[in-house]
Every structure is written in C-alpha cells, then in structure tokens.
Design a protein around this ligand. Structure first.
Ligand SMILES: C[S@@+](CC[C@H](N)C(=O)[O-])C[C@H]1O[C@@H](n2cnc3c(N)ncnc32)[C@H](O)[C@@H]1O
Length: 296
C-alpha cells in the first residue's frame, strides 16, 4: 500500500519521518519524496545488521540515516541527529523478502538445511533452535498455540521434546518442518503449509515481536509531534489486534482509518505476500494524556 502510506504520512508537510522497519528501503525511498526538497530527515531503523551494512555500502540521499536497532529505540536514533520528535512514522511489521530469501536465516521452509534461527538480529538473543532446546513441553505448546494459533500445538511440542530425548533435537528448518508435517493434518484446501503457524509462533517468540510493538505503541505519543501520524502495516491477527486496540483505547491517538486498509488486487498479484497486510493509521492528539486508571 505504498501510495496510501505516502498520502497519510506526507500530506502535512513533514520534516522528520521515521521508517522503523527499513528492510529493503522501498517505503523509505517513497517517503523521501514527501520531505521538502533537499531538506528534512528520514530516520530508518532495522534490527537486522545486514540492512545497515547494506545501506552503509550504498550511496544514498544525505537526508537518510539508517540505524541498527529495534524501532523501540527511535528516541535514541532521533537524538543522534539532534532531533526529539518525528512528524510521521511507519512500521511495516514482519520479515522482508531479503530475509525470506536468505538461505542462512531459517525463515523459509524451502531452505531445509538452514539452521533454525528466525532472529531478525542473529547477533543477539537466542535462536529458535536454542529456544526449543531448553523450554519445557508445555511452554513450547503454549507459545505455539498463543502466537501461532496452532490447534495442534500440544502434539508438536510433544514431538519436539521426544526428539530432544532421543538426542535428535530440532536444529534445522527441515527438522521442524518434518515435525509439523507429522503432527498437523493437511488443511482441506491445502492453502496453508503445516509448518506456517509454528514458524510464525517461534519467530514472534525469539524476536519478542508483540512486546516490541506494544511498548512502541505506548511510547510513540512521546516522540510524535502534535497531529503527527503513525502508520502500521500488520500481517496477522495478533499484531492487528494490538494496533487496533492501542489506537482505539489510548486518548493520545485519533484513529484515521476506521477500518484497516487492504492492498488492491493488483498489488496482491504483484506481491502475493501482501495479501494479508492491513494498514492502520492514527494521529497524535495535541494535549491529550494517557489515562492512568483503567477505563471501564
Ligand atoms: C516487512 S520488512 C520491511 C520492508 C520495508 N518496508 C521495505 O519497503 O523494504 C520488515 C523489516 O522489519 C525489521 N524488523 C522487525 N522487527 C523489528 C523491530 N522491532 N525493530 C526494527 N526493525 C524490525 C525486519 O528485520 C525487516 O527488515
């Protein structure tokens, strides 16, 4: 939904825009055109070291600065440029096509021999294989159920732990795909791979994806200017629910998209991965403060 993003974030003559999930830089390239010619700042962040390394090695618009780190660190990135607030920010959640295509990251089922890593930043925290190596069966089952909404989570967790006991722990993509194929009956119309939900769950866990999103929705009103906008593209119902509820329940936000915007058929044809995308946009309400007591 590139046109919509540029419209929502660009129509109030922004001078500072944050792209919290820089990825391949596609959105940033468009958002640079929303800044005044030759002026302003596009502040990019990404947790993936490959992203900042690539940007450093390329020549780019001097208005663009890309930092390595979670979008939770926007205030730090702004401060590094002597800025305190942004007029607009974009979070395009999930993983990039570069990450999916990378044979070493473990994101793609087709790269069976890859280590089961699934971290956006492979240099910090623990990989999915390490996480599965020491958690209890019920913790694994709960995570797969909660973050993957996988009905067969218990069976999958039992099989993962059984393999661990047989000293054949799940370490590679193909190991987990095999577990899922054994434990998840094929869906009637074969529209979803048996490992999809489990991979989603483990990716969410090892990257603390929902925690990062919740904390950022909570803190963003402090670093977005009055009437500044926050646009979020989510790819599954867990993320979308968090965004929808935060925008609706926090008086510091005014919701600009009553219903989430969806990609056009053309966009889905060109980029099938966009089919589940939902875009929500909210505006920072001036002088509104967060209520400290819970509302009914
Ligand atoms: C869907 S891609 C973004 C694509 C980008 N909008 C573009 O036009 O190329 C999501 C990116 O967000 C990054 N990411 C995920 N969680 C993050 C976080 N908490 N902070 C910063 N980047 C994150 C991933 O590493 C990935 O590169």
């Amino acid at each position: 939904m590139p046109t919509e993003i540029v419209q929502w974030l660009g129509d109030r003559s922004p001078r500072v825009i944050v792209d919290g999930t820089y990825g391949g830089g596609g959105h940033s390239a468009l958002l640079l055109n929303a800044l005044p010619p030759g002026k302003g700042h596009l502040v990019g962040l990404d947790r993936d070291p490959a992203v900042s390394e690539r940007v450093e090695s390329e020549s780019h618009d001097p208005r663009l600065n890309v930092f390595l780190g979670s979008y939770e660190q926007v205030p730090k990135a702004l401060a590094a440029l002597d800025l305190t607030k942004a007029d607009g920010a974009l979070l395009d959640l999930g993983l990039s096509s570069d990450q999916l295509a990378d044979p070493h990251r473990g994101f793609s089922f087709t790269r069976g021999s890859a280590e089961l890593d699934l971290r956006f930043d492979p240099e910090s925290g623990e990989s999915a294989a390490q996480w599965l190596a020491w958690h209890k069966e019920d913790e694994i089952a709960n995570a797969i159920y909660q973050y993957g909404e996988e009905r067969f989570s218990r069976r999958i967790a039992r099989e993962i732990v059984a393999r661990r006991r047989r000293e054949a722990a799940v370490k590679r993509v193909e190991d987990l795909v095999d577990v899922c194929k054994r434990c998840v009956p094929r869906s009637k119309n074969h529209d979803i791979h048996p490992a999809t939900r489990t991979f989603q769950a483990l990716r969410i866990v090892v990257n603390d994806e929902l925690g990062a999103l919740e904390r950022t929705l909570q803190s963003a009103p402090d670093w977005i200017t009055d009437h500044g906008r926050l646009a979020i593209i989510s790819f599954h119902s867990l993320e979308d629910r968090i965004v929808k509820n935060a925008f609706r329940d926090d008086p510091r936000w005014k919701v600009l998209t009553k219903k989430p915007l969806r990609p056009s058929d053309d966009e889905v044809n060109q980029n099938p991965r966009s089919r589940s995308a939902k875009l929500r946009v909210a505006e920072r309400v001036p002088n509104a403060e967060q209520q400290t007591t819970g509302s009914a």
